[in-house]
Design a protein around this ligand. Structure first.
Ligand SMILES: C[S@@+](CC[C@H](N)C(=O)[O-])C[C@H]1O[C@@H](n2cnc3c(N)ncnc32)[C@H](O)[C@@H]1O
Length: 264
C-alpha cells in the first residue's frame, strides 16, 4: 500500500519517558489515548484537492488545516483525525506543510494520521460519510464508529481546477455516502454562503455528537452575519449612521452655544 503513516497522536508514550514524566505530555496524551481507544467518531480530511489549488488557495487551506488540528486538540474529547490523499511527492504541498503544519509534529498534542492513500484504503466504506453542501441527503445524527470526511478546500479564492461541487463529486467517485448539514431545518439562514469553514463544520459535528442538539450547534458555530438578512444588516448600519450624525450635530450645537455663536 502506497501510504505513509505518521501516528503523531501516539508518539507521546509514557514508555518513552519513564523517569521524568512530563506533565504536559501526560495531560495531552490522555485525551488522545481516550480518542483512539473508544470507537467514537473520526474526522478525515480529503487532501486530494490540495495539489490543484492556486498558491494562495493552498496557503489558506493548509492554514485552515492547522486551525482544525488545534481546535481538535483543545476539545476535551478530541476525535482521531486523518488526512487522506495527502500527496507526499508534491513539493509545494510539502513546503506549505513545513510552513504551517508544525503542529502535526508536536510531541505534546494529538495531531493527525497523514496518509497518501485513499478513503477506501483507510476505512470501511460503509462507515464513511462525506460531508458536502451539495449532497441530496441531510445528515440526521453523528454516530460513534463513523468517519466524517471534509473536503480539504477553502472557497476564498476562485480555483480554476476545482469544480464547484468538488466534495460531492469526490464522494461519488470514492463510492461513499454523502450528506449535507441540516442547516435549513434548524435555523433561518438569511444571507451568505452555506459553505461553512472546516473548523465550523467539525465544531458542529463534535457538538451534535456530544449533545444531539443541532439547533444549539448552529447557533454557536454559524457566524451571526449569516443569520441576518442583508436588508436587516443595512438597516442596522443605517441606524448607526443616523445616530452618529445626530451625535455630531448635537456636539456642534453645544460648542456653538459655548462660543456664543448662532447654532447651525
Ligand atoms: C469551504 S467548504 C468547500 C465547499 C466546496 N465547494 C465543496 O465542494 O464542498 C469545505 C468543506 O466543508 C464541508 N462543508 C462545508 N459546508 C457544508 C455544509 N453546509 N454541509 C456539509 N458539508 C459542508 C464539506 O466537506 C466541504 O467540502
Amino acid at each position: 500500500m502506497n501510504s505513509i503513516f505518521r501516528l503523531e497522536a501516539c508518539s507521546v508514550s509514557p514508555m518513552n519517558t519513564p523517569k521524568k514524566f512530563n506533565q504536559n505530555a501526560k495531560n495531552a496524551w490522555y485525551p488522545a489515548a481516550r480518542a483512539y481507544r473508544f470507537d467514537g467518531p473520526k474526522l478525515a480530511v480529503d487532501c486530494g484537492f490540495l495539489g490543484d489549488l492556486s498558491p494562495r488557495g493552498l496557503q489558506l487551506t493548509v492554514l485552515q488545516l492547522k486551525y482544525l488540528v488545534s481546535q481538535n486538540r483543545d476539545f476535551r474529547s478530541p476525535w482521531p483525525m486523518h488526512f487522506v490523499n495527502f500527496d507526499q511527492n508534491n513539493q509545494s504541498l510539502l513546503a506549505a506543510e513545513d510552513k504551517h503544519l508544525g503542529i502535526l509534529h508536536s510531541k505534546n498534542s494529538i495531531g493527525a494520521v497523514v496518509s497518501s492513500s485513499s478513503l477506501a484504503e483507510n476505512f470501511d466504506r460503509n462507515r464513511v460519510v462525506y460531508l458536502s453542501p451539495d449532497a441530496d441527503e441531510e445528515l440526521e445524527s453523528v454516530e460513534d464508529g463513523h468517519v466524517y470526511v471534509l473536503g480539504g478546500i477553502v472557497d476564498r479564492v476562485v480555483e480554476r481546477k476545482i469544480p464547484r461541487k468538488a466534495s460531492f463529486e469526490a464522494a461519488s467517485s470514492a463510492g461513499v455516502r454523502s450528506a449535507r448539514l441540516p442547516i435549513d431545518k434548524f435555523i433561518e439562514f438569511k444571507s451568505g454562503s452555506k459553505f461553512l469553514t472546516l473548523t465550523a463544520v467539525h465544531a458542529i459535528l463534535h457538538h451534535v455528537h456530544l449533545t444531539g442538539n443541532w439547533e444549539e450547534a448552529f447557533e454557536k458555530y454559524i457566524p451571526i452575519r449569516n443569520k441576518k438578512e442583508s436588508a436587516e444588516k443595512n438597516q442596522h448600519a443605517r441606524s448607526k449612521h443616523i445616530m452618529i450624525r445626530e451625535f455630531n450635530h448635537r456636539v456642534q450645537q453645544i460648542v456653538a452655544e459655548k462660543l456664543g455663536e448662532e447654532p447651525k
